[in-house]
Design a protein around this ligand. Structure first.
Ligand SMILES: Nc1ncnc2c1ncn2[C@@H]1O[C@H](COP(=O)(O)OP(=O)(O)OP(=O)(O)O)[C@@H](O)[C@H]1O
Ligand SMILES: [Mg+2]
Length: 239
């Protein structure tokens, strides 16, 4: 396997007294695209939140680019290069698209001119956002909000991008565009760890697949091998 962007070692965690992650072990290869699949409630979103520092690790550890980040909070992890696009709709529905995107870059304290250049770059990638520049984010369609959230997190310049169901509510065409964008991003060196319900489509595009079950990672393999696995085809891919 190539170099790892993050190593997750026996991580447990959850909400209040509830334990959801029961000792997750996972190594995510750098500059590649890894997809986590699994049943509803398996703990996929909780794992992404634990990597982003939103859910605390109760035990176990996480090494990001060889550095122990287990004790870092979510802001420190964002500044350090871990960006999460959470599941569901946007966080600031009353702010415009422009304001949301500027917020995305806030940790980097860019000079106005540099921020403008980066906004140009991100809207060149996602032209629809420029068309909707002054629209309140809450008035965007579900798919447009997904794209805006992704653009917003990219403006924080993460080296590990965590995406929680980026295709939720997207048309097949829009999903294809998002997947094409992810492929371009990994080609330029970004590492992507994504959770996706459209398991087959995702595994046909990405590099590695992880199957989560009951708060543990049950299997990690190259995506074509996950797709070919008889039990996984039956249980998760409807094949
Ligand atoms: N904020 C929370 N407080 C308490 N319990 C939570 C919270 N968020 C999630 N849970 C519980 O944790 C478990 C795992 O949830 P999680 O969101 O990680 O699952 P998931 O694998 O992402 O599922 P889905 O495919 O439905 O998105 C569920 O039983 C859920 O009810
Ligand atoms: Mg989820």
């Amino acid at each position: 396997m190539t170099e790892a962007v993050i190593r997750i070692d026996k991580v447990t965690g959850g909400y209040g007294d509830l334990t959801i992650l029961h000792g997750v072990d996972m190594t995510v290869p750098a500059a590649s695209w890894t997809t986590i699949i699994g049943a509803n409630g398996a703990g996929k979103s909780t794992l992404l939140k634990a990597i982003a520092g939103i859910v605390r690790c109760r035990s176990g550890s996480m090494q990001f680019e060889g550095r122990d980040v287990t004790a870092l909070d979510s802001l420190a992890r964002l500044k350090g290069g871990i960006g999460l696009v959470p599941q569901g709709r946007c966080n600031f529905p009353l702010l415009s698209v422009a304001e949301n995107l500027k917020l995305g870059a806030f940790t980097r304290k860019l000079a106005a001119a540099d921020l403008e250049v980066e906004l140009q770059q991100v809207t060149a990638r996602f032209p629809r956002l420029r068309e909707r520049w002054h629209t309140m984010a809450g008035n965007l369609s579900g798919g447009e909000q997904q794209v805006m959230e992704m653009a917003m997190v990219l403006l924080a310049k993460p080296r590990l991008l965590l995406l929680d169901e980026p295709s939720l509510g997207l048309s097949p065409q829009a999903m294809g565009m998002v997947f094409d964008t992810i492929r371009e991003l990994t080609a330029s060196g970004l590492s992507v760890l994504m959770v996706e319900q459209n398991a087959r489509q995702a595994l046909e595009c990405c590099d590695y697949g992880v199957v989560m079950e009951l708060g543990r990672s049950k299997l990690f393999d190259r995506a074509p091998d996950v797709l070919a696995h008889p039990e996984i085809r039956r249980l998760f891919l409807g094949l």
